[in-house]
Design a protein around this ligand. Sequence first.
Ligand code: PGA
Length: 243
Amino acid sequence: MSNKTIIANWKMNGSAQLIEELSPQLVAWAKTNPSTKAVICPPFTHINAVKLALFDTDIALGGQDCHEKASGAYTGNVSAEMLVEMGATYVIVGHSERRQYHAETDELVQAKAEAALKSHLIPVVCVGESLEDRDAGRAVAVVTAQAKQSAPTNHQSPSTNHFLLAYEPIWAIGSGRVPSLEDIAEMHSALKAELGQVQVLYGGSVNAANAQEILALDDVDGALVGGASLKAEEFLGILKAGE
Ligand code: PGA
């Protein structure tokens, strides 16, 4: 295994204390010259502190969302350009929690992904089915349609590496439940067949114990990690499983 991308999504968690706890171990890991790419997506307010703590490493930074416009009267929002200015190179868009709690549609997610590209950020476009869709046997159809409508419109253009997809079944997020390896492999290969050679990460209850078998799947190019990214031992275990 090599060249996997492991993204930490801290969600609305984290503090100066957490950064102090996690950083020395991340820095020590980065010094081993790993082939795995690590990306940390803290809340906007903590990006700068993480940047300073991980100074001099190849660990990248990302935002958890961005606005689709470059600037303007949008109280509480942050633009892609602002993330770039903070040192971010990635941004998560269309996470299921944004889709659920902020009513984000595929169309809006696509606009955000395009805004990210315009600012030279790598968008991580999240897609995933509900349990109802999975049980009804339509997960692949639902998720591939969602991906086509949420991915940047020029996704078939020469550089296919300029955005990432994250397949995150909604029912697997924070639940401790993970799809079977066959189901993950099926979805990832369906997404690649639909969208070209895009890299597809898996997310949803990834931990140090299950990371190795998930990351060993051919079409799994990395992981998007929520809860386990807040615990040094777990996250380090996932980073090492990717190598
Ligand atoms: P989880 O979250 O790892 O806590 O399941 C993943 C995500 O929501 O990105």
